[in-house]
Design a protein around this ligand. Structure first.
Ligand SMILES: NC(=[NH2+])NCCC[C@H](N)C(=O)O
Length: 410
């Protein structure tokens, strides 16, 4: 069966099967609300130039469309559901509370402000954030409305939303609705919550994790290696307890997954998710950042007796672990930066290892990582490139920016 024929809204049983439908978010005004004082808290290292980042993002979307992929935008899905007055009110209430706009006077002013907006403008504004100079009259009703506060936002911007890989993750015919590790990204998962609760297109999607849980897990750590094996990073962002919970739900479902490989990678900003150091590019080929090979620990999780999980430390090298669990004759690891230490570190920083496969052996990459791209081509991988001056400043690449909804089965 091809993905085009599935009647499921989510169908992701591999990393490389022909990509049919993908979810993106085009960067918008939220990026213009990144200021130096709050850079780090917003998880950016630099200010992004919006116009150029839009051009680059459009190139990315066009490449996908030229390959026959249906590109769905998060804001369009949200617009569809915010037309319903009841859902709109429920959403706004939750959005304000989670955005820490809790004082009475402020909530009333924000409700009035958003009340005058179309669903499209409302969702754009929720993402962009609300500056204090945008609300004219707040009737002070709580102490918090009265005291002076130099902070420039009533609602913070959500600038990491263009990294659609992270707030939820498609696995099989369901999703892991994630708990984000940093508060600044938590409201991103609210959009996914509302889409999966209310959008008619997605009512059949199963859940492997939910945003009301305590332990964080982010989509950049989740790789569906095959219809039997899922890899999940234990990283700066993903906690082992969350990995275990997702494994428990997946392995006890009817989906057919048999093993979760937990990759314990160094907890470091440069490689905050597994997909910044490891991605799959073909049936038996992967990219890897050499800097993680030495410290990497891998655990295999399988179904044990009586609903318990069986967890085992894997002693072999990564290539052997992958070969055995994926039942492949051999596995080739393609090193970021062609294996050169300096080039590898430099290109990993701009997401050289973060490829998005659109079919087996065909990937989309940033053009700036030319040494890694060359290494991929030497291994007979077809590489499609696009500009990457600005988008890369957010520390994410083509895989981070996309969430596959439907891929062909292999
Ligand atoms: N899947 C990924 N690697 N996403 C990268 C996210 C980058 C984003 N600025 C963050 O720090 O959260």
């Amino acid at each position: 069966m091809t993905g085009a024929q599935t009647n499921k809204s989510i169908c992701v049983y591999n990393e490389i099967g022909k990509l049919r439908t993908v979810l993106l978010h085009r960067p918008g005004q939220e990026v213009e609300n990144i200021v130096p004082d709050y850079l780090r808290r917003l998880l950016f290292d630099e200010i992004v130039y919006l116009e150029q980042s839009k051009r680059e993002h459009d190139q990315f979307a066009d490449l996908l469309r030229d390959e026959g992929v249906e590109v769905v935008y998060l804001t369009d899905l949200m617009e569809d559901i915010l037309g319903d007055q009841k859902i709109r009110e429920e959403f706004l209430k939750e959005f304000m509370i989670e955005g820490k706009a809790v004082t009475r006077g402020l909530q009333e002013a924000l409700t009035e402000f958003f009340g005058g907006l179309s669903p499209k403008d409302m969702i754009d504004k929720c993402i962009a954030g609300v500056r204090t100079n945008e609300l004219k009259h707040i009737k002070p009703k709580s102490l918090g409305d009265m005291v002076k506060n130099p902070y420039p936002f009533y609602l913070d911007p959500i600038p990491n939303l263009y990294f659609q890989r992270d707030p939820f993750a498609s696995i099989g015919s369901g999703i892991s609705l994630n708990v984000m590790s940093n508060e600044t990204r938590n409201r991103e998962t609210l959009f996914a919550k509302y889409i999966f609760n209310y959008h008619p297109r997605f009512q059949d999607a199963k859940r492997w994790y939910n945003r009301d849980k305590t332990h964080p897990i982010e989509g950049g750590d989740i790789l569906v290696l095959s219809n039997k094996v899922v890899a999940i990073g234990i990283s700066d962002r993903t906690d082992p307890t969350a990995v275990e919970r997702v494994a428990h739900h997946l392995l006890s479902s009817e989906e057919g997954f048999e093993t979760v490989l937990a990759f314990d990678i160094p907890k470091k900003r440069a490689y905050m998710h597994l997909d910044t150091v490891f991605t799959m590019v073909d049936y038996d080929q992967f990219t890897i950042y050499p800097g993680i090979e030495e410290p990497l620990d891998v655990y295999s999780i399988t179904k044990g007796k009586e609903n318990e999980l069986h967890i085992r430390y894997e002693y072999e090298d990564l290539a052997v672990i992958l070969k055995e669990h994926m039942k492949l004759p051999a596995v080739n690891l393609i090193r970021c930066g062609g294996g050169d230490r300096i080039a590898a570190a430099r290109e990993q920083w701009t997401d050289g290892s973060n490829t998005l496969a659109i079919s087996p052996g065909k990937v989309i990459c940033y053009n700036r990582n030319y040494i890694t791209n060359e290494a991929l081509r030497k291994n007979r991988i077809e590489v499609l490139e696009f500009d990457s001056y600005e988008l890369s400043r957010g520390r994410g690449g083509p895989r981070c920016m996309s969430m596959p909804l439907i891929r062909d089965l292999l």
